[in-house]
Write a protein that binds this ligand. Structure first.
Ligand code: HXC
Length: 286
């Protein structure tokens, strides 16, 4: 399923801006995260994607590698983000095989539709563990590499960093918790935690040259998230309620990613970038 550039990345970005850089991504076999990584690879990066399913993750890595001739993309499957030792081993393998970790996307997430009274304690814990603990494990495992990457560009507060800065984190969150979203109490709690973590990391690690931001996608067409959460027949109606009048595309999440990871995002830290066509402002869509 090799994709054309216009399907995962806008034409405004220059080829080569991520040359010699490495992106590490959990949830990397999923629709949104694979597009984010594909865009980075297209623009010069090598990549390591992490997933639970071995075959799906390895196949996706091969497919992403087609975005740029000569790229290196590793797929490490059988990694559950809830297990810190598995992530530490994956981060080490990534750095050994690709030379560094300059960018991290904490994208692994779990979701299903269920009202609170039908969510068992274990179901609640599973989602919180995948989203919150998984994001924490991801950052914990990769932070030493990110700090090393950022140290090459540290400015000591004097000037803006040189081109090609590394040491950046994007957490993939959601907009569900901005208002009360029925059937989504588990994910709302988890994503609020992810947002809070991103802010703390920004404040704590900023002085080391790290940036930590959140991308909060709204309803994005053709994704597992939307497939899990809505039926096709309801989607046309709900798209009309979005101020932009449509669902988003994975390309729009990739573009936000490149913005935050490239020099355009040098001075953005501790922010949530909502990419949802204005949906959450209307309440009830998101
Ligand atoms: C109620 C459910 C359930 C459902 C599972 N459970 N599905 N409860 N309704 N539909 C319960 C189980 O019964 C069990 O509780 C507990 O959850 C754990 O389930 P397991 O299957 O044993 O665990 P695990 O394999 O870890 O699965 C985690 C999962 C699953 C989150 C439940 O859905 C998953 O693996 N999802 C990963 C992929 C995914 O969700 N991607 C979409 C991300 S989209 P008991 O008590 O029986 O033991 C996204 C975007 C959000 O996050 C924003 C969208 C706009």
């Amino acid at each position: 399923m090799s994709l054309e550039r216009y399907q995962y990345l806008s034409n405004v970005w220059k080829d080569g801006i991520f040359d010699n850089k490495v992106v590490f991504c959990t949830g990397g076999a999923g629709t949104i995260c694979s597009a984010q990584v594909r865009a980075m690879v297209h623009l010069g990066a090598n990549a390591c994607i992490i997933g639970r399913n071995v075959e799906k993750t390895e196949n996706m890595a091969k497919d992403i590698a087609t975005a740029r001739k000569g790229s290196k993309v590793i797929g490490i499957g059988a990694v559950d983000v809830r297990k810190p030792e598995a992530l530490a081993a994956a981060a080490e393998k990534c750095a050994q095989e690709l030379g560094s970790i300059d960018f991290v996307i904490a994208g692994a997430a779990g979701n299903f539709l269920a009202p609170m009274d039908q969510i068992s304690a274990n179901a609640m814990k599973s989602v919180i563990d995948i989203d919150v603990l998984g994001s924490y494990n991801t950052v914990k495992a990769t932070l030493p590499y990110l700090v090393e990457s950022a140290s090459k560009h540290k400015t000591n507060g004097k000037t803006e960093p040189p081109n090609g800065t590394g040491g950046r984190i994007i957490f993939v969150s959601a907009t569900l918790h901005y208002s009360g979203t029925p059937m989504q109490s588990h994910v709302s709690v988890a994503k609020a935690g992810v947002d809070a973590m991103a802010m703390s990391v920004a404040i704590e690690q900023g002085p080391k040259g790290i940036t930590s931001n959140v991308i909060a996608p709204g309803p994005i067409a053709d994704t597992e998230g939307v497939a899990r959460l809505s039926k096709q027949e309801g989607r046309d109606k709900s798209a009309k309620g979005i101020p932009s009048g449509r669902y988003g595309s994975v390309k729009e999440i990739s573009d936000a990613t490149v913005y935050l990871f490239s020099d355009t995002g040098n001075y953005v830290n501790g922010e949530v970038l909502v990419v949802d066509g204005g949906a959450w402002h209307t309440s009830g869509v998101g």
